[in-house]
Design a protein around this ligand. Structure first.
Ligand SMILES: O=P(O)(O)OC[C@H]1O[C@H](OP(=O)(O)OP(=O)(O)O)[C@H](O)[C@@H]1O
Ligand SMILES: O=c1cc[nH]c(=O)[nH]1
Ligand SMILES: [Mg+2]
Length: 209
């Protein structure tokens, strides 16, 4: 069974509470989603391999830890995942970016894939798949399958708000994928929205209501 990491850090929890507030407008919502993505990436990247390299400080030569050059790709699920990309690239500027377009059919809640463009060497990269919302899990499951179909083998899913139903669905379909999230919420309402959630993340990010 895949690992689920719920990040309880006070900064994460505070910023998440801010974006749950329906009174927060598009500008602040965007800023906070970016900041949350950065903080969750700090957690998601905690197992990146290090190597020892020589370095000359102003005092003496020494050996110190440096990232071992593992290749990474950030892949947002469009649209809402786009709001997380800039924050992640501030921490990992050398990462390549792929895109998976997916929307939920509002009647059936089934995901519909409409775009996939990934770095050519995706099979050699650890993938951070990002989407603010993990509701039924249909979109994340299909996005992970789309990545695996193109050769990706190391995938982490970073979300802001997750429903237990979505976590279970991803775990059953993809037990190898670690999920990093700021919150495991109560569940889903009749319309497939996460409760208490934060509403429609894509609409709130892009002002499209
Ligand atoms: O777990 P699921 O039940 O599949 O639901 C979650 C998906 O729904 C939202 O996207 P939406 O369909 O609203 O598309 P958008 O990002 O373009 O608004 C959200 O950003 C996820 O991708
Ligand atoms: O609560 C939800 C569920 C799916 N997509 C969203 O943006 N919000
Ligand atoms: Mg949406």
């Amino acid at each position: 069974m895949s690992e689920v990491i719920e990040v309880k850090h006070p900064l994460v929890q505070h910023k998440l509470t801010m974006i749950r507030n329906e009174a927060v407008g598009t500008k602040d919502f965007r800023t906070l989603v970016d900041e949350l993505a950065m903080l969750l990436t700090y957690e998601a990247s905690a197992d990146l391999p290090l190597e020892t390299v020589p370095v000359k400080t102003p005092v003496q030569e020494t050996k110190a830890a440096s990232l071992a050059g593992k290749k990474l790709a950030v892949v947002p699920i469009l649209r809402a995942g786009l709001g997380m990309v800039d924050g992640i690239l501030q921490l990992i500027p050398a990462a390549k970016v792929g895109h998976i377009g997916m929307y939920r059919n509002e009647a059936t809640l089934e995901p519909v894939e409409y775009f996939v463009k990934l770095p050519e060497d995706i099979a050699q990269r650890e993938v951070l798949l990002v989407d603010p919302m993990l509701a039924t899990g249909g979109s994340a499951k299909d996005a992970i399958s789309a990545l695996k179909l193109r050769g990706a083998t190391q995938i982490k899913l970073i979300t802001l708000v997750s429903a237990p139903e979505g976590i279970q669905a991803v775990q059953e379909a993809h037990p190898d994928v670690t999920i990093v999230t700021a919150s495991i919420d109560e569940g889903l309402n009749d319309e497939g929205y996460i409760v208490p959630g934060l509403g429609d993340a894509g609409d709130r990010l892009f002002g499209t209501h």
